[in-house]
Design a protein around this ligand. Structure first.
Ligand SMILES: [Mn+2]
Length: 249
């Protein structure tokens, strides 16, 4: 039987994703807990790889949601308030590296663009995973209290506007929070906050190992940046380093 692996914050680095996938068996599963796009050198290639590799299961990150919200607003420009459009444009394109991702997106043919949009719309905000050893709650940033006890999957719909279904609460806690919050009887695995912010280059465990931060800073594009892949069956950790230039901003 296959094993279950988790990684996060690939941030447009194709080589580390490909290296990680080449170490997996055909019946293994790799959860990517958000932020496949922005910051790195490879545009949408990692996201397209995730879409096509049957072993990949992706969750929503704040960068992926900013991309979805920006493109959804463009498609509904007539019904979007100018101030909302300006805010998502500024936050994604100017402050969070979305411009390179957008350039990569517009080069896709219209059919592929639709596929990407539908894929982003399908991404869950949180997923519960059980192994024989433990119960895990996977989320990009943090799980709001009202969803802690939920089994299964939290869909993107819970942050979707009831009146305007192309609008999302794109600053929601699932993808943006930096609070460390433990959940009884579950091991939380999240990304979003660089372990380098805590003075480490490797995965950080806290709360007597009921919480792991696995974002090892690929978005920083420096010599400390790496992808961490954790096996949930064995808790073995593998690290993958980008081969491109370092110290790139
Ligand atoms: Mn993030």
């Amino acid at each position: 039987m296959g094993k279950i692996y988790v990684c996060s914050d690939i941030h447009s680095h194709l080589d580390v994703l490909e290296d990680a996938l080449s170490d997996l068996n055909d019946d293994d599963i790799l959860y990517i807990i958000g932020d496949a796009v922005d910051k790195g050198p490879d545009g949408l290639l990692p996201l397209l790889k995730i879409m096509e590799d049957q072993r990949c299961r992706m969750l929503m990150g704040n960068h992926d949601l900013m991309m979805l919200q920006y493109l959804a607003c463009l498609n509904h420009e007539d019904s979007v308030r100018k101030s909302d459009m300006n805010e998502i444009r500024r936050t994604w394109l100017q402050l969070n590296g979305g411009l390179e991702t957008l350039k990569s997106y517009v080069l896709l043919d219209p059919e592929k663009q639709q596929e990407v949009l539908h894929f982003l719309e399908s991404l869950p905000l949180a997923v519960n995973v059980e192994t024989e050893e433990d119960k895990f709650l996977l989320v990009h940033a943090a799980v709001p209290a009202e969803y802690e006890d939920l089994d299964g999957t939290v869909p993107l719909d819970v942050v979707r506007d009831a009146e305007y279904p192309f609008l999302y609460d794109w600053k929601n806690d699932f993808v943006w929070s930096r609070n460390i919050k433990l959940v009884e009887d579950k091991v939380i695995i999240s990304g979003h906050t660089f372990v380098q912010n805590y003075g480490s280059d490797e995965i950080i465990a806290a709360g007597e190992f009921h919480w792991f931060d696995i974002d090892c800073g690929l978005a920083l594009n420096n010599s400390h940046s790496r992808l961490a892949v954790v096996c949930l069956n064995t808790m073995e950790i593998r690290y993958y380093f980008p081969k491109g230039e370092t110290e790139r901003m």
